[in-house]
Design a protein around this ligand. Structure first.
Ligand code: MSP
Length: 659
C-alpha cells in the first residue's frame, strides 16, 4: 500500500531575545491550522518551529542578564517551546540553532557551497543593523536601518562571501518555472524586481561576532545568522540525511512579510549552490498591528497570547486571528473586536446552535440522535446548501483563504439558525406526525452541525472536539477524512454526550479588563511571591508548609495576621479559570470579594451560607484578572493537595476574630 503523501511546513524560527506575542502566535497558529487541515486530507505532516539563538543581540541580552549565552538561550528556548505546548500548537520538530544536529547541517551546507565554487574570502566594510542582523546595502555611516529605523553601525571585517550575484538568472528562471513559489502574488512582483535590479555577493561569515556557529578550521569565523537560521528548516528534518527522512524539500515556509527576501532570494540561492532541492512555496503573511504600528516590546504595545487564551480559550484567539484579517494583508488587533467576535460568532453562533440542538434532542428523543422522517423541500434545500458549501470551504482552505473559509462555515451556521427559527420544532406537539417532523428537523440540524464542526476543526480544535462528543459521533473529529465528507453520514440512534457550555458569553468591558490585567501581571511579574488564593501548602501536608524549627515565629508575628469568621454569600465559577471560584464573603464589617482555588472540589451552590475562616488583612491582588481581597483557609489533603475548607463545628458569629 502506498504511504501517505508527505507535507512539510515551517514557521520562522523565532529570536530568543524576547518572548512570543500574538504576532508570532499568528504565524504558529496558521501553521497549526494548515497542519491539522492537511492531516484531515490524508497527509503525513511535519511542522517545524524553533528558536534562532545566535548573534549580537543574544550576546548583549545575555550580558545584560549576567549569564552565559548558552544558559540564556536555553531558558528562552524552553519558554518558547512550552508556550507553544500550552497553547496547543506544539512543534513536531522544535529546532534550536544551538542543537548539534543543526550545527552539523550548517557546516555541511557551507562545505557543499564551497566545494561547488560559490564561496570566497574577502573583506567587507559596511553599515550593519544589529537588530535585523543584516548589513544594510547602500547605507552610509549615520544612516538608519530602512527596515526597523534604528541606527546602523559601521563594520569592517574579513568574511567569507557567497556568490549571490551568480544566482540572479537562475533565481529569475526558477520563479518563472514555479509561479507558485512566492505567495501572495503581490509579494512575488516585489521580489522579482528586487532580483532583476541585480544581486550583490553576500558575506556569510563574521569575525566580529563570537556567539555563532564556528566555520570549521577557520576560527574566529562564525556563520552569519541568516546562513545559520535558514538552514534550520533542513536540520530539523535530518540535514545531511534528509533523503532518509523523506521530508525535504519543504512544501511550505510560512513567514511574515518582513523576512520574505531572506526566504525567497538567499535561501533558494544557498540550496542551488549546494545542489539541494528547493522548497516548494514561501507564503508571506501581513502583520498584526497595534494602534497602526508593528508590535514591539520597546514600543510597549505587545499583545500576549496567554491572557487571551486564559480568558476566552485558545480557540477564540485562533478564530479571531484567522477570521479578522485576510491572510497576506496587515490587520489591526483590538481587544474590542476580539471579544465582539467571541460573543457574536462563537457564543451566539456555533456554541448556541450546538447547545440548542442538543437540548432539544435531549428533551424530545431522550438524548438519542433521531432518524429523519419524510423530508420537506426546506430540509432538502438546507442539505443541498450545506453540501455545496463543503467544496467551497475546502477550496478556501486550499488557497489559504482562511477568513473566507470561516465566513462560509458561519454562513451555514446562520442558515441553520434561520431554519430553526422558521421550522420552530419547539412549537410542535407530541402527535406521531409532529414527532416525526421534530425528528427530521433535529436530525437535519445535527447533521449540519456535524459538517460545520468537521470543517471548523482545523481552526477550532478544542471546541469542535467537544461538539463532536456532544453529538455522540464515533471516533474523533480530527480523524475524519475531509475528502469523504458528505451530507448524510450522521450516526443516528447514538446517545448524546454530556452537555457543556462551549463558549460562555462574557461581558465585554469586564473581559477586556481581565485580559489586560493578566497581561500586566505577565509583563511585570510581582517581585515577591504572591499569596495563594487558598491557604493550602503547595506540597501536600500541612507539616511541609511549616517553617523549620529555627524559623519559629513569635506571637507578635502571628498577631500580624488577622483572621475572622466569614460567611459565603455568593459563589460562582470564573470564565477562563478552571480552578478558581469567585466568592463574596461577609466578614462582619463588610462583604469582600475573594477568589479561592477550590473550583475543582466544591460546587458553587454548596458553599452558600457556609462559615469559613478568612485572612482579612492580606493586600488585595488579582488572580486571573479578578480582584481577590482576602484568603479562605483550607487544609491541603493527600498527595494532590485537595483543599478542604476549615470550618466551625459550633455556631459562631460572623466577623468573630480567630486567635
Ligand atoms: N529569527 C528570524 C527568522 C529566521 S527564519 C529562518 C526572525 N525572528 S522573529 O522572532 O523576529 O520572528 C519574525 C516572525 O514573527 C515574522 O516573520 C512573523 O512570522 C512573526 N511576527 C512577528 N511580529 C509580527 C506581527 N506583528 N504580526 C504578524 N507576524 C509577526 O525574524
Amino acid at each position: 500500500m502506498p504511504g501517505k503523501p508527505k507535507f512539510y511546513l515551517t514557521t520562522p524560527i523565532y529570536y530568543t531575545n524576547g518572548l512570543p506575542h500574538i504576532g508570532h502566535t499568528y504565524t504558529t497558529v496558521v501553521a497549526d491550522v494548515i497542519r491539522r487541515y492537511k492531516r484531515m486530507r490524508g497527509y503525513e505532516v511535519v511542522m517545524t518551529t524553533g528558536t534562532d539563538e545566535h548573534g549580537v543581540n543574544v550576546e548583549r541580552a545575555a550580558k545584560k542578564a549576567g549569564v552565559p549565552e548558552s544558559e540564556f538561550v536555553a531558558k528562552m528556548a524552553a519558554a518558547w517551546r512550552s508556550l507553544w505546548d500550552e497553547l496547543g500548537v506544539p512543534a513536531d520538530e522544535f529546532i534550536r540553532t544551538t542543537d548539534l544536529r543543526h550545527v552539523r547541517t550548517v557546516q555541511w551546507l557551507f562545505k557543499l557551497c564551497r566545494e561547488n565554487g560559490y564561496v570566497y574570502k574577502g573583506h567587507y566594510t559596511g553599515q550593519y543593523c544589529i537588530y535585523d542582523n543584516a548589513f544594510v546595502n547602500d547605507a552610509k555611516p549615520g544612516d538608519n536601518c530602512p527596515d526597523c529605523g534604528r541606527p546602523t553601525e559601521t563594520i569592517t571585517e574579513e568574511n567569507y562571501f557567497f556568490k549571490l550575484s551568480a544566482f540572479q538568472r537562475p533565481l529569475l528562471d526558477f520563479y518563472k518555472k514555479n509561479p507558485e513559489f512566492i505567495q501572495p502574488e503581490s509579494r512575488k512582483n516585489e521580489i522579482v524586481s528586487f532580483v532583476e535590479g541585480g544581486l550583490k555577493d553576500l558575506s556569510i561569515t563574521r569575525t566580529t561576532i563570537r556567539w555563532g556557529i564556528p566555520v570549521p578550521g577557520e576560527e574566529p569565523h562564525v556563520f552569519y545568522v541568516w546562513f545559520d537560521a535558514l538552514t534550520a528548516y533542513l536540520s530539523a528534518v535530518d540535514g545531511p540525511e534528509y533523503e532518509k527522512r523523506g521530508m525535504w524539500p519543504a512544501d511550505l515556509h510560512l513567514v511574515g512579510k518582513d523576512i520574505i527576501r531572506f526566504h525567497t532570494v538567499y535561501w533558494p540561492a544557498f540550496l542551488m549552490a549546494a545542489m539541494l532541492p528547493l522548497p516548494k512555496q514561501v507564503w508571506a503573511h501581513g502583520w498584526f498591528l497595534m494602534d497602526a504600528s508593528k508590535m514591539s516590546k520597546s514600543k510597549g504595545n505587545v499583545v500576549l497570547p496567554r491572557p487571551i487564551a486564559n480568558m476566552l480559550g485558545m480557540d477564540a484567539l485562533r478564530y479571531f486571528l484567522l477570521r479578522e484579517v485576510v491572510f497576506g494583508q496587515d490587520g489591526n488587533f483590538s481587544y474590542d473586536a476580539l471579544v465582539t467576535r467571541y460573543n457574536s460568532d462563537l457564543a451566539n453562533g456555533l456554541g448556541n446552535l450546538a447547545s440548542r440542538t442538543a437540548a432539544m434532542i435531549d428533551k424530545n428523543f431522550a438524548g438519542k440522535i433521531p432518524k429523519a422522517g419524510k423530508l420537506l423541500a426546506q430540509d432538502e434545500a438546507l442539505a443541498r446548501e450545506t453540501q455545496s458549501a463543503i467544496g467551497d470551504i475546502l477550496e478556501h482552505f486550499e488557497k489559504m483563504e482562511f477568513a473566507r473559509a470561516l465566513e462560509s462555515i458561519w454562513a451555514v451556521i446562520a442558515a441553520a439558525d434561520k431554519y430553526l427559527t422558521k421550522e420552530q420544532p419547539w412549537a410542535l406537539g407530541d402527535s406521531e406526525g409532529d414527532t416525526q417532523r421534530k425528528a427530521t428537523i433535529l436530525s437535519t440540524t445535527a447533521e449540519l452541525l456535524r459538517i460545520v464542526t468537521t470543517l471548523a476543526h482545523p481552526v477550532l480544535p478544542e471546541s469542535t472536539a467537544k461538539v463532536w462528543m456532544l453529538l455522540g459521533q464515533p471516533g474523533s473529529v480530527s480523524a475524519v477524512e475531509l475528502d469523504g465528507l458528505r451530507w448524510g453520514q450522521l450516526a443516528s440512534g447514538v446517545q448524546l454526550g454530556k452537555a457543556q457550555t462551549l463558549f460562555p458569553r462574557v461581558e465585554k468591558s469586564e473581559a477586556i479588563e481581565r485580559i489586560e490585567s493578566m497581561a500586566n501581571e505577565e509583563l511585570n511579574p510581582p517581585a515577591a511571591p504572591a499569596p495563594a488564593p487558598v491557604a493550602t501548602p503547595t506540597s501536600g501536608s500541612a507539616a511541609a508548609a511549616a517553617p523549620a524549627a529555627s524559623e519559629k515565629i513569635g506571637i507578635e508575628d502571628f498577631a500580624k495576621v488577622e483572621m475572622r469568621v466569614g460567611q459565603i454569600k455568593t459563589a460562582e465559577r470564573i470564565v477562563g479559570a478552571d480552578k478558581l471560584l469567585k466568592l463574596t464573603v461577609d466578614i462582619g464589617t463588610e462583604i469582600r470579594q475573594i477568589c479561592a482555588g477550590i473550583a475543582q472540589f466544591y460546587e458553587p451552590d454548596s458553599l452558600i451560607g457556609r462559615k469559613v475562616a478568612v485572612v482579612t488583612n492580606l493586600a488585595p491582588r488579582k488572580l486571573r484578572g479578578v480582584e481577590s481581597n482576602g484568603m479562605i483557609i483550607a487544609a491541603s489533603v493527600g498527595p494532590e493537595g485537595r483543599p478542604v475548607l476549615a470550618g466551625f463545628p459550633e455556631d459562631v458569629e460572623v466577623g468573630a476574630r480567630l486567635k
